[in-house]
Design a protein. Sequence first.
Lengths: 47, 346, 424
Amino acid sequence: MIGANRLVLGNGIVHVVGDAHISVDEEKKLRRQLVEKALAALQSDGK
Amino acid sequence: MRIVHYLNQFFGGLGGEEQAGAPLEARDEAVGPGRLLEQLLGADAKVVLSLICGDNYAVEHQDTFIAAALEKIRAANADLLVAGPCFLAGRYGVAAGALCSAVQSKLGLPVITGMARENPGADLYRETLYIIDSGESAARMREVLERMTQFAQKLMAKKAIGSPKDEGCIPRGLIRDQFVERTAGERLVDMALAKVRGEPFESEMAPAAFAPVPIPPPVRNLKTAKVMLITDGGLVPKGNPDQIQASAATRWGSYSIKDRGDLRAEDYEISHGGYDPQFVRLDPDRLVPLDAMRELEKDGAIGELCDEFISTSGLANPLSNTRRMGREMAERAKSLGVDAIILTST
Amino acid sequence: MSLTLAIHPISEICFDAATCLDDSTLRVDKDELGQIVLQDSRIESVQFEIVRPGESCRAGPVFDIVEPRAKEPGASPDWPGVLGAPQTAGTGTTHVLQGVAVTALREQSPGESRGATGYILEMSGEAGAGTHYAKLHHLVVIPHTKQELPLSARHRAYRLAQLKVAVHLARTALLLQPVRSEVLETSIGADRANLPRFAYVGQIFSRQRKPEADESILYGADTDGMLPTLLDPNEWLDGALLPSYHASLGGAETYFYQNHPVITALYRRHQARELNFAGTVATIASADNFDRERNTRFAANLVKWALNANAAVLTKFGGGVPHTDLSETARLLECDNIKTSVQVTDLARDRRVESALLFNFPEVDAIVCIGGNSTHWTLPRVDRVLAANTGFAELLAGPFEIDSLNVIGVANQQGASRLRSVMY
C-alpha cells in the first residue's frame, strides 16, 4: 500500500468491522476491539 | 504570425524573487528570451504582446491574473501563445499551465509551453497540454526554444503530432491502443530475451510514480478529539439520494447520524459491486461502526463523534476520481472541525 | 518428451453424406455428428453451421473454440482426464486439422465483465481484422440443452459435445499422410549449455471463484486446492489443459492452449538456439494474501530449483487479483536474479497510465500490456448471424457498438493478442 501507515486489518472484506458467524454480543466486542485498534493507530507515529 | 509570450518576473526582466509579487504587465514587443523566440519562428513572426507577471501574484491571484491575461490576448488578435519555458520554477510552471489551459479552452488558440518533468505544473497539466520537456537547466534555453518553435509550427500547420519521445514532450500519462505485427507471446519472449542479454527493450506499460503524501502527526489528545467515520464500501441511505455509482464512482455523500446510536438495516442500501453485501445489509454497523463509536464517545475515549459519516464506492475507481474526492472529503471534514478520521474499506 | 504434430491444412469444410478428409477438404456428415452430441441426454437438439474465413458472419455468445486434433494410438488418449484416462499428454503423434475451429455457442449470456453479448465471433470487417479466428474455417456447434438444467450441467454438456466433435473430425486424418510434420521436444544437450534457460509460468485458473461441478481444467481435475505444478510444454499443447468456463477480461480459449502463443514463441527461439526452453509451471491466482504468499513462492521455487531458469515469461488468468499474483511471482523471481517479462490486461478504464497497473516494483519492468479499452467498433449488419435463440440473433444483428475486448481473439491472456497499449 502506498504510504498508508495507519492501517488496521479488518475482519474480512464482507464485514470489515463485524463477523457474521459469531453471536451478536461477541460481534459487538470484536467491533469495539477493532475500533480501539484504529484509535490507537491515530495516536501512533504511523511509521 | 502574431505571438503572445508569457514570462515571469525573472525572464521578463523585472528582477528576482523580490519581484515575485509583481502584478500582470503587458508590453507590445518581445522581451528577454522572447526575442530569440521571434527569431526562431521566422521572418513573418512577431511577438505582438509580452505578458509579464510575478510568480507569487500569478499563483495567489490566479483567477484575476487569467481573466486579465485572456482579455489582453483576445485584444491582441493572436495566433499562438507561448508560455515560458519554465524549467524547474514551480509557481511559474503552474501559472503557465493554467494560462495555456484557459487560452486553449476559452479562446481556442494553439498553445505551447515548456518545463521540466518534475515541475508541479507538469503534473497538473500534462494531460491537457503539450509540454516540451525543457529539463532543469536554463542554460539550454536556445535548444528548448528551438524545440518549442518546431512544435508550434506543427500545431499551427495542423500536422500530425508524433509520440512524446519524437516531439520532445513530457509524456501525457495517457494510453491508447495499437495493433502490431507480433503477438503478445512473441513480444513477451523478445522482452525477456533482451533483458537477460542486457539489451535495451521498450516496456509497453510503466508504473506511475506517486508523490508521497506526508503523514500527519498523531492525534495529540483523543479524549478531546472530534472523530469522523468514512467508508468506501458504498453504504448509502435507502434510495441512494446522491446517486453514488457502484463502480468508478465520481460522487460521494455526507450523511447525518445525529442522535443515532447505531445504523438500522432499513435505512440503508449498498452501491458497490465488488463484495457480497448481504452481511452489511443485515447490519450496516459491520461496515460503519457507529454503535462502537457511540460507546467510546460515552466512555470518554474520544471527545466527540462527528454528526455525519461520509461514503462513496471505491470499486474500480481510478485515481482521477479518488484523488479529487479525497480532497473534497478532507475539506468537508475540516469545515466540520474534525480532528481525525477512521476510514473503513472493503 | 517428444510430440509429433502431423499437420493437415484444410482449405474448405462442407456437409456431405459421410465424414472424411478429402485432400484439403473436410467433409462432414451432419447427422452422424448430431448422433454423437445427442448421446448426452442433457442436450435436446443441436445445430451445425459452417463459416468461412472472412465471411460476413457473426456468432455468439461463444462458449469456447477448439482445434480438431486426434492422437494416434500408443500415447495418451484424446483429452486425457476428460474423454479418456488421465495419462500424460505430449508424446506420440497428434494429427491436426490446421485452419479449422470447432466453435460452440452458449444459450445464455455469461454476464460478468463481458456484458450481455459475451464474446462474439466476428469474421469480417475491422473487428475481424483484429482476431486470428476470422482467418479460420469454423464448424459452429449450437447445442440446445434441457430447460431445467443448472448452469454447471449446461457448461459440462457444451464442453463434452465440443471436444467430441473436434476429435471426431480430426480422426478423419489419422490414417492419412500429413502435408508436413513438426517435432516438438526440448532436449538440452551439453553443446547448448551456454544458452539462457527460460521458463514459462502460466496461470490456469483463478480462486476468485470456486470451480463449478465437473469443471475440468488440468487432466480433468478442477484445480481446487492445487499448488503450482511443473508441466512439460507439450502437455499444454496436447490436451492436458482446458480453460475455465469463466474466462473474463482478456479471454482464454482451448485453441490457444493447443496453439499456445508463448510456448510456440519459446519453442521457436529454442529451435533457433537463442535460448533453452527449460520447462513450464502451471499455477493459479490466489484467494487471499495468505494463499498468495504460498502460491507465488511455490511457483518461484519451482522455476528456481527445478527448472534452474535464468529468465521467466509470465501470464495470468483473470483480472486484478491474478494481476497481483503475477507481479508478486515476478518480483520474487527478480529477487533471485531471474529476469522476467509479464503480460497484463488493460485495467485503465480512464485511459491513464497511473490507472494501468496494480504494482510498482522497479525490477518488474518488462511489461506487455494487451490494451483494448481505447478501441470500440460499430459492428455493421452482416449476412449471417448464428446464435442459440432469436433473442441473441436480434441482439447481434447489428449495427451495434462493441468494445474490442468483447470480440473473441482480439485480446487474449494466452499471448495471442496483436493489440498493445501505447503510452503517450
